[in-house]
Ligand binder design. Structure first.
Ligand code: FES
Ligand SMILES: [Fe+2]
Length: 383
């Protein structure tokens, strides 16, 4: 966080807290319920956001050494990402070029070659076809043309993005725009993954992202958990192209900073920064560590999604004496989101299909929700 940003955010947040309010949009935002349940809308989203847009799929730390690999399923496309000998990443359709079997079933690991379980065709880390049993059966094929099909992949600031369609152009710096430097400031490049979890949810994927985009609910839904530590007011929101960032004060913010001159304020220990990455990821900075979430559709039912959560530690490997602290961080995340946010959100998803109303309202005090849904709508309208 540079000095100018600290000063700007500090001034804004102190003024909002003094007025017992939060940053306001000009007017409320009317959000159609159909966007969360309509199969036609879901299909348009899948084609644009989950086939032709860069998606966060891994942390760099999961692919640290040559041969480290990770598989990821994105709405029906299985991808294999492999660290190369030269340090770069390559990604491929995880589909055998013989009869189409999935080549790698493991979620992650380290390997020099990948052997298909069906007839043991062998592929190298670069995707090239290395070995075909009973080669007399395949005298008419060009082996050079039978490597795994490449997918566009990029790595920046400790995160990995992938487009699950072969041949789509991927310019990650242009895609991130002003969000690039903001992510660089989170120091994720040298982080380790303390834990990763993938789980199905009975939610539209957008409800998972919505969960993180306002502090209005903290003193209510979370009055015994995170609401004790983070203010339900005083938050500010900044658009960054199609992405955005949302900064919320901790309860320690006012007592620690209210009486300090602006040039002596250090916001680091007293804020939480929620970086929303278009279309479906949220990277949350919590002073001493980062967690990030993604949500992707799960088939053609708009009421279902797959949620992924990574908890990063600043050190590559958490020491034995620090382990208990990180287990506690993990329990806080799970305790809050799994025990409070998602059970509540499931009732929203159910209510959407009840016919009770055709829209919901995002208040003037929930500007990050406006911006998220506006960015999605603009992208769909332009497609
Ligand atoms: S389908 Fe992979 S080796 Fe036959
Ligand atoms: Fe919440």
């Amino acid at each position: 966080m540079d000095a100018a940003t600290q000063r700007r955010w500090g001034d804004q947040m102190l003024a909002l807290l003094a007025a017992n309010t939060t940053q306001m949009a000009d007017r409320e935002y009317v959000q159609p319920v159909a966007d969360y349940i309509d199969p036609g809308h879901a299909q348009r989203e899948r084609e644009l956001f989950f086939r032709r847009t860069p998606l966060v799929v891994a942390a760099s730390a999961e692919l640290a050494r040559p041969g480290d690999f990770r598989t990821v399923d994105i709405d029906g496309v299985s991808a294999l990402i492999v660290r190369q000998d030269d340090g770069s990443l390559r990604a491929f359709h995880n589909v055998c070029r013989h009869r189409g079997c999935r080549v790698v079933d493991a979620e992650c690991g380290t390997a020099r070659t990948f052997t298909c379980k069906f007839h043991s065709w062998v592929y190298g880390a670069d995707g090239g076809l290395r070995h075909v049993p009973m080669p007399d059966g395949f005298t008419g094929i060009e082996r050079q043309q039978r490597g795994l099909v490449p997918l566009p992949v990029a790595e920046r600031h400790g995160l990995v993005w992938l487009i699950p369609t072969a041949g789509e152009p991927l310019d990650i710096d242009a895609f991130l725009g002003p969000m690039g430097p903001a992510l660089a400031g989170l120091d994720m490049r040298d982080a380790g993954v303390f834990r990763f979890e993938r789980f199905p949810e009975r939610l539209n994927w957008k409800l998972v992202v919505d969960t993180f985009l306002e502090v209005y609910h903290l003193p209510h839904l979370h009055n015994k958990t995170v609401g004790l530590h983070i203010e339900g007011r005083g938050a500010i929101h900044e658009e960054m192209g199609r992405h955005s960032r949302f900064i919320a004060p901790r309860k320690s913010f006012l007592p620690a900073l209210a009486d300090l001159p602006a040039d002596q304020r250090d916001l680091t220990d007293h804020t939480v920064i929620i970086n929303r990455l278009f279309p479906n990821a949220v990277v949350i900075w919590l002073c001493d560590h980062v967690e990030f979430w993604t949500a992707t559709p799960d088939g053609d039912d708009p009421n279902r999604c797959i949620v992924r959560l990574w908890l990063l530690s600043p050190e590559k490997v958490v020491s034995a004496e620090d382990r208990a602290r990180w287990e506690k961080n993990w329990e806080i995340v799970r305790g809050t989101v799994h025990a409070e946010d998602f059970p509540m959100a499931r009732t929203i998803q159910q209510g959407f299909s009840s016919g009770a109303q055709d829209h919901v309202i995002f208040g003037r005090n929930e500007p990050a929700l406006h911006e998220f849904h506006r960015a999605l709508k603009q992208a769909l309208d332009a497609a």
